[in-house]
Design a binder for this molecule. Structure first.
Ligand code: PLP
Ligand code: COI
Length: 339
């Protein structure tokens, strides 16, 4: 095995030993298969390829301070994948099957879990696709569920250093009654143009607004948005954003820290009044934002005036990571220990 530089991993693909797969055929899920192939053999008329019948998840396993392996809130990822399946008429993966596949793939790839203290983790990527053929626009009758794993570092190269993001109005990621609230591949295809342009222009991500009125903040590329002011943790309420499990956890942590939590519309104009703002997600963890640029008005909103993350974002980040690494008591019962 090639040496892995655990402390300097980016958020990318590193080959591991095994992945796990199971097919839904003839009305039932089959046996869990272990594979060392990085490819799948797929029917040329599979609905995933033609009609985007595809959903994925992202969750992490951590090597803790005590040497134990902890997975963060997998039940929520399993539930969200069921919602995604329901939204685009795919066969659901039951939570017990999700768990069985997850435990198996982690145990088979233990040597790829980054050591404690490196800041890296093992990213799990569950994938559910319509594998059966259709030529008419119809749901498949066969599905493939698989999980592969890969060791990763921070999603944004800046890690916990503050980033710049830009507000976009000329592209929409999701339609008001579309699929923005679930984790299906089409949403990411729709976000690529804005995302690549943002990178080319020096921004870590695009900040999407609600597509109908272009008034309210939706989310920051592959991460939810939050703002902090007057001891309040405020995050958008929108039917077109992905309900982030990290955001859900930060809301609980903020409330536990004595903050008021608000989930409501955040108008662009309100950006001016925040003391701290950030993006959050499994891959991004918390990414503090130091500047929001509005492409249309050319207006800039500045935060982190000393160049560093604000005190509340820092506390939330440390608490979340502390729980994930087994350094802080898991009083919400978020971790599952894998032995
Ligand atoms: N928003 C989008 C569009 C995402 O892809 C993700 C990543 O999963 C998130 C938000 C963050 O969600 P979570 O915290 O569950 O990873
Ligand atoms: C995650 O945070 O797990 C994501 O899936 C974000 C992105 C890589 C799609």
């Amino acid at each position: 095995m090639a040496e892995i530089d655990w402390g300097n991993l980016s958020f990318g693909y590193t080959k591991t030993k095994y992945n796990v797969r199971t097919y839904y055929r003839d009305g039932k899920w089959g046996a869990l298969e272990v594979s060392s192939e990085e490819t799948i053999n797929i029917h040329i008329a599979a609905t995933a390829l033609h009609y985007g019948q595809e959903a994925f998840e992202g969750l992490k396993a951590f090597r803790g301070k005590d040497g134990k392996i902890r997975v963060f809130r997998w039940e929520e990822n399993a539930k969200r994948m069921q919602k995604s399946a329901e939204a685009i008429l795919m066969q659901e993966v039951p939570s017990d099957l999700f768990k069985k596949a997850m435990v198996k793939v982690i145990n088979l790839n233990k040597e790829f879990i980054p050591p404690y203290g490196t800041g890296s983790s093992l990213y799990l990527r569950p994938l559910l696709i319509g594998s059966g053929p259709q030529v008419g626009v119809k749901p498949a009758e066969e599905y493939l569920f698989m999980i592969f794993v890969t060791p990763v570092g921070p999603y944004f190269k800046e890690g916990f250093n503050p980033v710049d993001v830009e507000i976009v109005r000329d592209y929409d990621r999701a339609a008001p009654n579309g699929t923005g609230h679930v984790k299906v591949g089409g949403n990411y295809a729709a976000s690529l143009r804005a995302g690549v342009r943002a990178h080319d222009e020096g921004y870590a991500a695009s900040l999407f607004l609600d597509s109908k009125t272009k008034t309210y903040i939706d989310e920051a590329g592959p991460a939810n948005f939050f703002g902090i002011k007057d001891n309040k943790y405020i995050t958008p309420d929108s039917s077109s954003i992905l309900p982030s499990i990290t955001n859900m956890s930060l809301r609980d942590l903020a409330a536990d820290m004595g903050m008021t939590v608000e989930r409501r519309h955040i108008a662009v104009d309100e950006l001016e009044s925040f003391e701290e703002v950030g993006a959050c997600g499994t891959a991004a963890v918390i990414s503090p934002i130091k500047r929001i640029h509005d492409r249309n008005t050319d207006k800039d909103y500045f935060y982190c005036k000393d160049g560093k993350a604000g005190p509340i974002s820092t506390k939330l980040y440390k608490t979340l990571q502390g729980i994930q690494m087994g350094e802080i008591e898991d009083k919400f019962g978020w971790n599952t220990i894998i032995d």
